[in-house]
Design a protein around this ligand. Structure first.
Ligand SMILES: Nc1ncnc2c1ncn2[C@@H]1O[C@H](COP(=O)(O)OP(=O)(O)OP(=O)(O)O)[C@@H](O)[C@H]1O
Length: 213
């Protein structure tokens, strides 16, 4: 589904990724760990076409991706949860934010509303439709962000610290949701317990390279 070969990426003169090779196959649930600033988010941005490597090959769904239009094609199929919910949410209300993806993918307003209702129910956010997005708490914003991702019915998920700021009960809910979804995913997290419960392999970025953790 995702294949990276010998990816090198730098900000200014410092190489954050220095020859990363990685693949995500159907059924893989990969935990990505590593110290702050080690390049986890950067790696995921490269998969989504939000950052472009200096060299190396990005192959997604069987096709090499280089241009913006190559990546535009995959963005509906790979659900990406941003580390910062404020990068994800941009509409006045929760309904509009969660319906945005389905509407953009050509669903009718009625169908989009049905998807919003179901997705909010899955995340135990019933009744949040008319809530004003910017007034939500940090944890609520994270959950609504996840709802915007799930509402697109993606084939693969990339989740950048999905449980940061969430209480224990809500974290357990996310674990259940991930188990029920039966999707392949990459999850970045500093929460070892969460990663252990949700993934079947664990990788770490160390000095610009991926190693088993
Ligand atoms: N736009 C940018 N310009 C310059 N340096 C950047 C930029 N974005 C990220 N960096 C640097 O690149 C390095 C890797 O950042 P990245 O966000 O990928 O790390 P991370 O492993 O996800 O960290 P964290 O666990 O703190 O979220 C960091 O040192 C960061 O400061």
């Amino acid at each position: 589904m995702i294949r990276l070969r010998d990816i090198r990426f730098r900000y200014d003169t410092r190489y954050v990724l220095d020859g990363v090779t990685f693949s995500l196959n159907p059924g893989d649930r990969v935990g990505l760990v590593g110290p702050n600033g080690s390049g986890k988010t950067t790696l995921c941005h490269i998969i989504m076409g939000l950052a472009f490597p200096e060299s190396g090959i990005v192959e997604i769904f069987g096709k090499q991706r280089t241009s913006e239009s190559d990546f535009a094609e995959i963005r509906g199929r790979i659900g990406f949860l941003f580390q910062d919910a404020d990068d994800q949410l941009f509409c006045p209300t929760v309904l509009e934010d969660v319906a945005f993806g389905p509407l953009n993918m050509g669903k009718s307003p009625e169908e989009a509303k049905r998807i919003v209702r179901e997705t909010l129910r899955t995340l135990k956010l019933e009744g949040f439709e008319e809530r004003i997005t910017y007034k939500l708490s940090g944890g609520e914003k994270r959950l609504v962000s996840l709802a915007t991702v799930l509402a697109m019915e993606p084939e693969v998920l990339i989740l950048d610290e999905p449980t940061s700021g969430l209480d224990e009960e809500t974290t357990e809910r996310i674990i259940e949701v991930l188990h029920d979804l039966n999707l392949s995913y990459i999850v970045i997290s500093h929460d070892r317990d969460f990663v252990q419960k949700t993934t079947n392999s664990l990788l770490k970025i160390s000095r610009g390279n991926l190693v088993e953790a």
